[in-house]
Design a protein around this ligand. Structure first.
Ligand SMILES: Cc1cc2nc3c(=O)[nH]c(=O)nc-3n(C[C@H](O)[C@H](O)[C@H](O)COP(=O)(O)OP(=O)(O)OC[C@H]3O[C@@H](n4cnc5c(N)ncnc54)[C@H](O)[C@@H]3O)c2cc1C
Length: 265
């Protein structure tokens, strides 16, 4: 591991000043991805700016039609939060299915979306619910947030403060987990939000993406029968030792049908 400075600021503005002043400084959340990256010398930050002391990133707040979750909420806190379980149980269920107990105890929702791992679960929820990512500078439509493999719309010195999820009429997330890591080999998030169907996929491409063809079919009828004959193209889907593009295309169809069934119940 290369040498770096560790700093734990007490306010968002202090953290942002540190990140703005040094383009090689990096925010640290749960460290579940960042620390192994440092150990393998794949990154060489000069400073780690620990976000753990920032109270503003710890909120969970309910509005009349949305629920906002602070970036530093750990997966276990999301899974066990009474208000998330009451107002947005699909997100509690998603968080409960992430990784193993160690990862759930340390990893955060903000770290997860900022990392934009192609197999992470939260990106499917951000797209599937039409969430908004709130940073220290602006609000980013979830649709514009994930820009590719491990890349997002975040700029230097910009930190995710919270994610605002609209409350859906129906929603379900089903994943086919990689048996070793529990990351999604394929995960499909299905929802009806403000009368419109949304379908988002993770694990299958460079980053999470939506399936307009399925959304149109579910707009006509929110039922498994509406999507069962839709062919998923394997073009551009990931190939790795856990699944071929062809298998991933098949899994998208299966996970989507299961998610619609669960959401319709
Ligand atoms: C063994 C293992 C299994 C896993 N399984 C799953 C799984 O099944 N599903 C799943 O979804 N995920 C899984 N993960 C990922 C994990 O859940 C974490 O979400 C992920 O590692 C990053 O979150 P973190 O809080 O640890 O962020 P960190 O590792 O601290 O940071 C990750 C990146 O995001 C940046 N960052 C962090 N917070 C912010 C912020 N607020 N604003 C801007 N940038 C920020 C950091 O600078 C860094 O570049 C797994 C990880 C491991 C190690």
């Amino acid at each position: 591991m290369h040498a770096f400075e560790y700093i734990k600021p007490n306010t968002v503005w202090e953290a942002v000043d540190l990140l703005d002043a040094d383009e090689d400084a990096r925010p640290l959340a749960g460290g579940m991805t960042l620390l192994p990256t440092l150990k393998q010398r794949l990154a060489q930050p000069t400073q780690l700016v620990d976000l753990a002391g920032l109270e503003d990133l710890q909120i969970i707040s309910e509005g009349p039609s949305s629920l906002t979750i602070g970036a530093m909420k750990r997966h276990v806190q999301v899974a066990r939060s009474p208000s998330i379980n009451a107002f947005l149980p699909v997100i509690a269920h998603l968080a409960e299915g992430i990784g193993d107990p160690h990862v759930r105890n340390r990893g955060t929702i903000g770290g997860s979306i900022s990392n934009s791992d192609p197999a992470a679960d939260y990106p499917a929820a951000v797209l599937g619910l039409g969430a908004t990512v709130i940073t220290n500078r602006r609000e980013i439509d979830g649709q514009d947030f994930f820009t590719g493999l491990f890349s997002t719309a975040l700029e230097q010195g910009e930190i995710v403060m919270a994610i605002r999820f609209p409350l859906p009429e129906r929603a379900a997330y089903i994943k086919f987990p990689n048996p070793a890591s529990r990351y999604a080999a394929v995960g499909v998030f299905v929802a009806r939000v403000k009368g419109e169907a949304r379908v988002a996929v993770t694990g299958a491409g460079p980053c999470a993406f939506r399936l307009p063809q399925m959304e149109e079919a579910l707009d006509r009828s929110f039922a498994v029968e509406a999507i069962q004959d839709i062919e998923i193209s394997q073009e551009g889907l990931n190939a790795d030792p856990s699944a071929t593009p062809e298998y991933r295309a098949h899994l998208i169809g299966v996970m989507a049908r299961r998610a619609v069934e669960a959401a319709a119940r």
